[in-house]
Design a protein around this ligand. Structure first.
Ligand code: NAP
Length: 302
């Protein structure tokens, strides 16, 4: 099997898959490596409302389309986890299955979900970070969503169609998610809100039975009986072997300017893993295109 490519892309979310499409269209040989599932985090989004031209498409369907498009253009797409990356005139990317060499590398490693850091979070049945994946297990149950961004609002909306009741718990008195989503959520009769409230503790032995909540204004503690808690409290950059190649910013994001070029020659970055202002599906895809065009040009020049 071929082990040398013009461009290796690390990460199979919208940024990486778009980069694969553009790099193939520029005539470059492309290997894309993804460690978990193609589509990245958008694959578990119930409904994507703001991708131009495809309103209401599910994240899974959009991921399938991106995957099929990249594959049909001749990109090799593999589920392999990158273990190390070495710089040189050709870069060497080593995974759990083998080693590949490439002229240019595009890092599109995305972000991972933040956790609340509560005791029992990793072990108690009923704590989840994916409403689309796990919501059906709690059909007709009382559940809670923690967070105040778009992910929390979307999760709550999705769960309101499955669960008996959904309580949205947010630490402040205003949401940062879109007003339209919030208005839609407010119209759901089985959704209620606990504002200025934090989750202090998870209750239950092996399965979640409830939450201990604290009112951030009065300090009053109360119990909320629920079978599941869906955490949607934001994102952190993925830690990847690229850290050994590149200087990262204090939060762990990859600095790259216009053209998605990093300070390391032949290494580009695209999507949520970059230092950037707006982390959206559309800007991830835009980065993928920009990085692929720059990487293809780099291959031509070197
Ligand atoms: P986010 O916008 O960063 O929101 C995270 C939320 O979690 C915030 O409300 C934050 O509270 C809260 N939070 C953070 N740490 C917490 C803690 N320790 N305890 C309690 N609450 C905590 O993250 P996101 O919702 O995952 O969205 C990430 C990005 O994807 C955003 O740019 C978002 O717009 C985008 N996105 C877009 C869509 C869409 O367009 N439909 C859907 C999903 C995500 P504070 O508000 O107090 O900081």
């Amino acid at each position: 099997m071929e082990t040398q490519y013009d461009i290796v892309i690390v990460g199979g979310g919208p940024a990486g898959l778009t980069a694969a499409i553009y790099a193939r269209r520029a005539g470059r040989s492309v290997l894309l490596l993804e460690k978990e599932g193609f589509g990245g985090q958008i694959a578990s989004s119930p409904r994507v409302e703001n991708y131009p031209g495809l309103p209401g498409i599910s994240g899974a369907a959009l991921s399938d389309k991106l995957f099929s498009q990249a594959e049909a253009l001749g990109a090799r797409l593999e589920l392999e986890e990158v273990q190390s990356i070495q710089d040189g005139s050709l870069k060497t990317v080593t995974t759990d299955y083998g080693s590949y060499r490439c002229k240019a590398l595009i890092l599109a490693t995305g972000m991972k979900r933040r956790t609340l850091g509560l005791s029992g979070e990793e072990t108690l049945q009923g704590v989840s970070w994916c409403a689309v994946c796990d919501g059906a297990f709690y059909r007709d149950s009382d559940v809670a969503v923690c967070g105040g961004g778009n992910a929390a609002l979307q999760d709550a909306l999705f769960l309101s169609g499955i669960c008996h009741s959904v309580t949205v718990i947010h630490r402040r008195d205003t949401f940062r998610g879109y007003q339209m989503l919030l208005e839609e959520l407010r119209r759901c009769p089985n959704v209620s809100f606990r504002m200025n409230t934090t989750v202090d503790a998870l209750l239950g032995e092996t399965a979640l039975t409830g939450l201990s909540l604290r009112d951030a204004v009065t300090g009053k503690v109360s119990a909320l009986p629920v079978s599941a808690l869906f955490e949607a409290v934001g994102q952190l950059p993925q830690r990847t072997p690229a850290e050994t190649l590149l200087p990262l910013d204090d939060a762990g994001f990859i600095p790259s300017g216009e053209g998605c070029r990093t300070p390391v020659s032949g290494v580009f970055s695209a999507g949520d893993c970059r230092v950037k202002e707006v982390r959206q599906l559309t800007t991830a895809c835009a980065d993928g295109a920009v990085a692929a065009v720059a990487a293809a040009r780099y291959c031509q020049e070197h």
